[in-house]
Design a protein around this ligand. Structure first.
Ligand SMILES: *Cc1c(COP(=O)(O)O)cnc(C)c1O
Length: 460
């Protein structure tokens, strides 16, 4: 079908060598984006009628394309939520790709699905969900939140026995909730009522209860889910999950916990008590590609009662009937989220967990928590910086005294251009600030000290 300019064996060795070398770079170069015009000029034409050959395409990737992608696993990539996949997880991602597993159904992917479910079991147990809970790995927190809310709305409408089939639903979520929650309500054509957050961005029981007390009866009737966040994206604070569970129970609606970022800290004994109440969740998500040392893309979505999710999500068609059995319903991952075909994207986490053991995960999360605390100390001690709050998990928000938004941006750009760090400005309380998020056990206090020092000088 295509011209190859080397034997398959040569290409195999080249690709495996490249992958292993990349995995072992310590640290990898930080790199930075380029404009489409620059990339066009540097990469040349790659998609042609005859093909440019695997070795040449690999060369273009290695020399031109990869350096135009920021290395998320660099120890000073501290923006957004970084990633720090284990070598075992990344290597196994290659195996998943090579194995041609269709992981949407038990019929086709039983072995892979079994192993994914082992990893999900570990997470469900950390959260204290019952033995009957279960779920599926989806692409990310955005897909996880949407799929959970689809199940929530399905249950609300089903319990209403037809009364709400055309009622617009309503979700209660905190001001600190991730943008994907509001996005999910737009997809669902539902409303979201925002619970004000405290000064640190946390949803408190009293604020939630006050809001519920003021909701008109029609809105109370429309409410199908309370969403709490266990580790907000901007500040890394945990909502009062027990109070949120209470409110959901009083409203008779679904309780969803978004732990896409912070749910990983369930594995860390030092902060586990802060998650009290999560065991009452109807659904819960956590992204292995954030703080559980897995590669993109992966979100573990768990349901207290998977049968609700199955009823909401199962697709029906002549060509799919064979996947279902009336007597002994097989565990088809496609039935638990808004998707059908899927990669066995939970396997890298499973393999890495099986390789290293869960104790290593607990220790790795604790390491990042300690580094975040050290970072806060360094920032607090620097006269030119102002710590906005002590980190509850591994996000540290702070300010550079006297800088404008433009100065923050100029400093951040210069750092990236020089390959030193990737720390983008955010805003906090309506004013510009810096935010670092530490999920990489290889990030050390020395890395933070470099950033603190660099912030002493005004950008050019
Ligand atoms: C990152 C994040 C999401 C979205 O996850 P994706 O994997 O990027 O889709 C949702 N909720 C929270 C709290 C997050 O931090």
């Amino acid at each position: 079908m295509h011209r190859v300019d080397a034997s398959t064996e040569v290409l195999t060795q080249a690709i495996l060598r490249y992958a292993v070398d990349r995995i072992r770079l310590d640290p990898p170069p930080l790199d930075h984006p380029r404009t489409p015009a620059e990339l066009r000029a540097m990469a040349g034409r790659t998609v042609t009628a005859q093909g440019i050959g695997g070795l040449e395409a690999l060369r273009v990737f290695a020399d031109v394309l990869a350096p135009a992608c920021i290395s998320v696993d660099h120890p000073r990539f501290l923006s957004f939520v970084p990633a720090a996949p284990t070598e075992a997880a990344v290597l196994f991602d290659l195996v998943v790709g090579a194995s041609s597993v269709y992981a949407g159904s038990w019929l086709e992917g039983a072995g892979a699905v079994f192993a994914e479910n082992e990893a999900l079991r570990w997470l469900a147990d950390l959260a204290g969900l019952p033995a009957t809970s279960g779920g599926v790995f989806v692409s990310g927190g955005t897909a996880g939140n949407l799929s959970a809310l689809i199940a929530a709305r399905w249950r609300w409408r089903t319990l209403a026995g037809g009364r709400h089939d055309r009622t617009r639903g309503l979700v209660l979520a905190s001001a600190g909730a991730h943008s994907s929650v509001a996005q999910a309500t737009r997809v669902l054509d539902a409303d979201v009522v925002t619970v004000p957050a405290d000064a640190e961005g946390r949803m408190r029981g009293a604020d939630l209860d006050a809001l519920v007390a003021e909701l008109p009866p029609d809105d109370l009737d429309r409410c199908f889910a309370v969403v709490a966040t266990s580790g907000t994206t901007n500040a890394g604070v945990i909502d009062d999950l027990a109070a949120a569970a209470d409110a959901a129970a009083r409203l008779g609606c679904w309780f969803h916990v978004d732990g896409a970022y912070g749910g990983a800290a369930l594995a860390a004994p030092s902060v586990r008590p802060r998650f009290a109440g999560i065991e009452r969740a109807d659904s819960f998500i956590v992204d292995p590609h954030k703080w559980l040392f897995g590669p993109f893309d992966s979100c573990a979505l768990l349901y207290r009662d998977p049968s609700v999710a199955r009823a909401a999500h199962t697709q029906h068609a002549e060509y799919l009937d064979v996947l279902h059995s009336p007597d002994d319903e097989p565990w088809n991952p496609s039935d638990y989220a808004h998707h059908l075909s899927r990669r066995a994207r939970g396997l890298p986490l499973w393999f890495s967990l099986a390789t290293h053991g869960t104790a290593a995960y607990a220790e790795a999360v604790e390491t990042t928590l300690r580094t975040a605390a050290e970072a806060a100390d360094l920032i607090d001690a620097a006269a030119h910086l102002e710590l906005v709050m002590r980190p509850e998990l591994s996000v540290v928000i702070f300010r550079r005294r006297g800088w404008t938004a433009a100065q923050y941006q100029a400093w951040s750009d210069a750092e990236l251009q020089a390959g030193r760090s990737f720390v983008v400005p955010t805003s906090w309380g309506g004013a510009p600030a810096l935010r670092i998020c530490i999920v990489n056990p290889r990030t050390t206090a020395d890395d933070i000290a470099l950033i603190v020092d660099s912030l002493a000088t005004d950008p050019a």
